[in-house]
Design a protein around this ligand. Structure first.
Ligand code: ADP
Length: 473
């Protein structure tokens, strides 16, 4: 439209408007005030918003009129049509000038939301909000939950608000979520594939290892079985050996016994033949003394068999913890009659604490008695017969018997059965052989030597019983 300086239309694209006066309209008023092109928007009589660019026209420094160009912004509205969002553009006064919802035009945002959904409770909640510039991001339009986004347009103080229903947002979010879930599922599947591949590889290794272990185990089992068999054979062999060595010992012993018994038997035969002759010749007195000799020989044979009996008696069942000091005391008590008959000084040295050993009481005492009796016999002719007994503990239990007698003549044959230097009737030479056998049975050792100052020293060493020593203490 071209207006003259009075505001009348002189030319227009719409010929119907020619002649109309627009002196009051803002685009004319604003243009006159400015030397530049001005933009104006106002609500016309029909309630529609009109947007204009206008500029005054000067001719030779004088005002000739105003040229006005109306802008149709509704094509923007048309371009918004078809999208699911509701879009509004408000001017600096907060009035809706453009909107996808035609009924909202000319209203404020508050009025618009109220108008379209007056009954909605959620809308009422929005109405209650006084400050519309601080509208929440979430709003309800037409009872539908929507998301409100507001942007300021750097032109004329306008701002644009978009209401997006959650369903579409949700659809988009769901799409993204679905994509993410798919991606994650794919990642999981790949991870699972690799994990299962590794597990399979590992289980193959385990299977190999367990197969090897099984083989090793079987080999061990075989070895154990073989060892058990070998051990069994060894046991049988040991038993056989023990049996045969016993038999050998028996053979040796019987040879010695028969030799020992044959001699007194031969003597007895001679004495009996002599006494028979003496009786025939009526010499009973002499015959009686021969009988006495026979009696002595019988006595000697009896003592041999007695000692053999004790040698044959196998111990081991009655092993018990014994204090060596007590064993010595009771052995000494049994020697009382001999000690009374024969004057001998007996000195003893023994520790205050018990000296425990594992032994058969009777046989241990028998050994001690044998040693004491031998010492008494050896000191029979000594000037000041002295027998010294020393008992000590520590690593091994030791009992030594030292005398000041004549000393040992033959150390090598001392422990042989029937070795004796004593007169017939005084000894048969079995005491030390038996004693050494007994001490061996107890796991110990019986030794003998000659003392530096003469006399003999017999030493019995036995394994000590440590736990029992502490218990007894
Ligand atoms: P027996 O006492 O019947 O002779 P033993 O076996 O007890 O039998 O002793 C064997 C021999 O050892 C004795 O005859 C003696 O010669 C020697 N003997 C034993 N004890 C002593 C000792 N304390 N001193 C010297 N000789 C000893």
């Amino acid at each position: 439209m071209l207006l003259d300086k009075s505001g009348r239309v002189v030319a227009a694209t719409d010929r119907n408007t020619i002649g109309a006066n627009h002196r009051q309209d803002p685009y004319f008023v604003e243009a006159l005030r400015s030397n530049d092109t001005v933009f104006t928007s106002f609500e016309n009589d029909t309630g529609a918003f009109v947007f204009n660019y206008s500029r005054k026209v000067m001719s030779n420094g004088e005002l000739a009129g105003v040229i006005v160009v109306e802008v149709d912004l509704r094509q923007f509205e048309q371009s918004w049509a078809g999208i699911s969002d509701a879009v509004i553009v408000t001017n600096s006064e907060g009035k809706i000038i453009l909107s996808t919802e035609p009924r909202w035009r000319g209203l404020t945002e508050e009025e618009a939301v109220a108008r379209t959904s007056p009954s909605s409770a959620i809308s009422r909640a929005i109405q209650a909000t006084a400050d519309w510039s601080a509208l929440p991001f979430d709003a309800y339009v037409l009872g539908e939950a929507v998301m409100r986004m507001n942007a300021r347009i750097p032109f004329q103080g306008w701002s644009m608000t978009i209401f997006t229903p959650y369903t579409s947002v949700r659809e988009r979010v769901n799409g993204v979520l679905a994509l993410e879930i798919m991606g994650f599922a794919l990642f999981l599947a790949v991870a699972f594939y690799f994990a299962s591949r590794r597990a399979r590889a590992r289980s193959v290794v385990y299977q190999q290892e367990s197969a090897e272990l099984r083989q090793l185990n079987e080999a061990l089992q075989r070895e154990i079985a073989e060892r058990q068999k070998a051990e069994h054979h060894l046991n049988i062999a040991e038993q056989t050996l023990a049996q045969s060595s016993k038999l050998a010992a028996l053979g040796e012993m019987s040879a010695a016994v028969s030799h020992e018994l044959n001699q007194p038997l031969a003597a007895m035969k001679t004495y009996l033949a002599g006494s028979k002759l003496l009786l025939q010749r009526k010499r009973p007195e002499e015959a009686l003394s021969s009988f006495q000799r026979v009696d002595d020989l019988i006595e000697r044979m009896g003592s041999i068999t007695r000692q053999l009996k004790s040698y044959a008696r196998k111990g081991g069942d009655a092993f018990e913890p014994i204090d060596l000091r007590h064993a010595f005391s009771s052995a000494l008590a049994m020697m009382e009659p001999q000690l009374k008959r024969q004057e001998a000084r007996i000195t003893r040295h023994m520790p205050m604490e018990p000296v425990m050993v594992m032994a058969d009481r009777v046989r241990l005492e028998q050994v001690i008695i044998n040693l004491l009796r031998n010492a008494l016999d050896a000191t029979k002719t000594a000037v000041d017969p002295t027998i010294e007994i020393l008992i000590s503990g520590g690593e091994t239990a030791t009992l030594s018997v030292r005398d000041n007698g004549h000393g040992i003549e033959d150390l090598d044959s001392l422990f042989e059965p029937f070795y004796t230097t004593k007169a017939p009737g005084d000894g048969v030479g079995l005491g030390l052989a038996i004693s050494s056998g007994i001490v061996n049975d107890f796991g110990g050792r019986l030794t003998a030597r000659n003392g530096a100052n003469g006399g003999a020293v017999f030493e019995m060493k036995l394994p000590i019983l440590k736990d029992q020593v502490e218990a007894a203490e």
